[in-house]
Write a protein that binds this ligand. Structure first.
Ligand code: UFG
Length: 342
């Protein structure tokens, strides 16, 4: 019988791509999502890609009684991938309690239920935001974490600590935190991708929406950073590559290959690209014109970050495969599909 995996936030951006990769590997996926930042139609599109409709339960994991009822209904869950969380950096500054309550309480509810219902394994969605602006690059797993720039970033750091401490107190529990760099792109089918509500905060959805005519122009936040062209540098990781890292992490836990019961890994490509390089690559790959203008730096942005991925490569046996060119082409393909552009 195939192993059953709970994917929280499974109709969201990274969640939906991970559901597809899990199903392709033969896992039986159950999604929990409150649909606060995603759409139910994602289930139809997952089914179009894999031929399998995942089980779906709509509720909020911050509600403990509903979380309990879920585990009573699904007694065969063997592992959890926990994506469900609020993730807008700017919003978290204005609504810190909303972020702390939702992101921390839902993790704690899940951990308590894992102990109560004997679910041993969890993969958690963390972020390179925990490193802040590192003194040296690339960032390894032993690069010290720094005080978060936003309540959102702080929830990721606190969630890591909660897992670490609960794993220390609970031998039967195994958790892996994956620290994502900047996920971009979409499934090659064009059927699932990133669907931001309102004005996108992140660079690539803003670019594709501008290219599609929904926004007048892209604002490049600052060209006076200490980088070759003055614009900020990030490690942009293809969302399908990132999703595959989750499948690897799940297999590591299910096959008892983990070395400790709490582990964390950087998931990036190891390459840093500047905003300007990314914009130029997008124009080259798609042939679409893009209006852009350099404006002031955005508050809270760091100058440059990219991953040292050697531990993920050697220990997990996982590598990012897709180039920036291929990835940007999938982002544009997805945007065109959503907007019905030929
Ligand atoms: N940028 C622009 N114009 C835009 C949007 C972004 O120039 O319209 C620039 C940013 O200033 C930054 C780069 O593009 O230099 C990437 O910005 P994103 O908003 O796409 O990504 P961030 O690196 O700011 O955010 C990521 C994750 C967050 C995480 C954060 C930590 O998306 O989850 O890193 O800093 F919290």
């Amino acid at each position: 019988m195939s192993k059953q995996i709970l994917v929280t936030g499974g109709t969201g951006y990274i969640g939906s791509h991970t559901v597809v990769e899990l199903q392709k590997e033969g896992f039986d996926v159950v999604i929990v999502d409150n649909l606060s930042n995603s759409r139910i139609e994602v289930l139809d599109n997952i089914e179009k890609i894999t031929g399998i409709r995942p089980a779906f339960e709509q509720f909020d994991l911050a509600e403990r009684d509903k979380t309990d009822a879920f585990f009573q209904k699904y007694p065969n869950i063997e592992a959890i991938i926990h994506f469900a969380a609020h993730k807008a950096v700017g919003e978290s500054v204005g609504k810190p309690l909303m972020y702390y309550r939702n992101n921390l309480v839902s993790l704690m509810n899940l951990l308590e239920c894992m102990k109560k219902y004997d679910v041993a394994n969890m993969v958690f969605s963390s972020s390179c935001t925990v490193y802040g602006q590192p003194a040296t690059l690339p960032v390894t797993e032993s690069t010290p974490r720094q005080e978060a720039e936003s309540p959102y970033g702080n929830t990721k750091a606190i969630c890591e600590d909660i897992m670490r401490d609960f794993c220390k107190a609970t031998d039967s529990l195994n958790c892996i935190a994956l620290r994502y760099f900047n996920p971009i792109g979409a499934h090659e089918s064009g059927l699932i991708g990133e669907f931001p509500v309102g004005i996108p905060n992140n660079l690539v959805p803003f670019i594709t929406q501008t290219a599609a005519g929904l926004r007048d122009e892209l604002k490049i936040f600052g060209d006076d950073y200490n980088t070759a062209d003055g614009t900020a540098i990030r490690d942009y990781i293809n969302v399908v590559d990132l999703s595959k890292a989750h499948v690897v992490a799940i297999n590591r836990l299910l096959n008892n290959k983990n070395k400790k019961n709490y582990e964390y890994f950087n998931v990036g490509t190891g390459n840093g690209y500047s905003v300007m390089q990314l914009v130029k690559t997008f124009i080259e790959v798609t042939g679409v014109q893009l209006k852009y203008q350099v404006v002031e730096r955005r508050t809270g942005d760091i100058e440059k970050i990219y991953a040292d991925t050697s531990i993920a490569n050697n220990e997990l046996g996982w590598h990012a495969e897709k180039s920036l060119e291929e990835t940007l082409a999938t982002a544009w393909n997805w945007e065109k599909n959503v907007r019905n552009i030929d």
